[in-house]
Design a protein around this ligand. Structure first.
Ligand code: C2E
Ligand code: MG
Ligand code: MG
Length: 303
């Protein structure tokens, strides 16, 4: 157990507030096995307030369409042609500030609201694909991220199947990215992913190499592609790092998965990855995530 301590500076403070501050400190320290107690700090309070604000704002932000989708292209490493894209959410607040997903997604994940956002993003991407089919008769697969709690949510498969059907798009043009830490939850996830794959969705394992139990879920879930995490790619030009990535790629091929390298930033990395027979590249070296309009223009210019 971790104890939370609040040092009383003002005796007039209500006991409930003192207690609540100590609880905040206790929660903050939970999971740290090197410490038995944690002192309350003002930063903890500020963090909590910010999280609360993010949570309170979500409903309004969804209604006002403040969440927008950026698209980052993926490239065929051998031909340099655009091979697909990933949808990445951004929060464009009414005052114009852009909030990156790292700031709000973990908060929504913790509070069980992420499903709503994931579904929103998925629906937007399906609509975008519908427009692409109507307007330029050409489809580039756009993958969508599914958080751990979304994939564990009841009825998720039925819900996503319905959205894709309503938009009359092929299920294969909206691959679903699942992180490896999401994939370790056993039976339940097994039946959901099976249902999705049977319907025609492609599943991509995201962030491979950044978590644990990754091997196990490769065996349990029918992934069609594996995305190697940036943390592994960062070392692809070093001796050990190279061997690691090389073996991961080999393993993926043996398991019939396509391999996508994430977070590629230099030419040297591309050269190494090409030699290893990696299939696709996603990274700042080629392109950063961009708004839909810019993406459409970009794709037109690249064909
Ligand atoms: P991710 O799914 O692994 O997405 C890739 C992240 O790496 C993106 O960050 C992208 O901008 C960044 N990236 C791509 N190439 C490079 C590179 O060359 N260098 C560096 N330094 N970074 C690169 P972003 O957009 O900030 O998203 C962060 C994470 O937030 C995503 O990681 C994903 O886990 C999550 N996320 C984004 N959109 C959604 C969503 O709609 N639903 C859920 N559940 N999660 C989302
Ligand atoms: Mg992803
Ligand atoms: Mg990733």
């Amino acid at each position: 157990p971790n104890f939370g301590l609040y040092v009383v500076k003002d005796n007039r403070m209500p006991a409930e507030v003192m207690y609540s501050n100590a609880s905040v400190a206790a929660k903050e320290g939970a999971g740290n096995y090197l410490k038995y107690f944690t002192y309350y700090t003002d930063e903890m309070d500020a963090k909590l307030k910010k999280e609360q604000e993010i949570l309170n704002d979500m409903h309004r932000a969804l209604e006002n369409e403040e969440f927008c989708i950026y698209l980052q292209p993926k490239y065929n490493i051998h031909t340099n042609a655009i091979a697909g894209a990933e949808a990445l959410v951004r929060w464009k607040k009414s005052d114009g500030t852009m909030v990156p997903p790292g700031e709000f997604i973990p908060v929504y994940e913790k509070n069980g609201q992420i499903e709503k956002l994931d579904e929103y993003v998925f629906r937007k991407v399906c609509q975008l694909q519908r427009r692409a089919m109507d307007e330029w008769k050409k489809l580039i697969n756009i993958s969508v991220n599914l958080s751990r709690s979304s994939i564990l949510h009841d009825g998720i498969a039925e819900c996503y199947i319905k959205i894709a059907k309503d938009n009359k798009i092929p299920f294969s043009c909206v691959p679903l990215e699942i992180t490896e830490s999401a994939a370790i939850y056993g039976k339940r996830i097994h039946s959901t992913t099976e249902q999705l794959v049977n319907a025609g969705f492609k599943l991509h394992m995201d962030d491979f190499g950044s978590g644990y139990s990754s091997m196990l879920c490769l065996n349990q879930i029918p992934f069609s592609a594996l995305k190697i995490d940036k943390s592994l790619i960062d070392h692809v030009c070093e001796e050990k790092g190279k061997t690691l990535v090389e073996q991961v790629i080999m393993l993926s091929k043996l398991l019939n998965m396509k391999v996508i390298a994430e977070g590629v930033e230099t030419e040297e990395q591309i050269i190494e990855l090409r030699k290893m027979n990696c299939d696709e590249i996603q990274g700042f070296y080629y392109a950063k995530p961009m708004p839909e309009k810019e993406f459409t223009e970009y794709v037109k210019g690249n064909h």
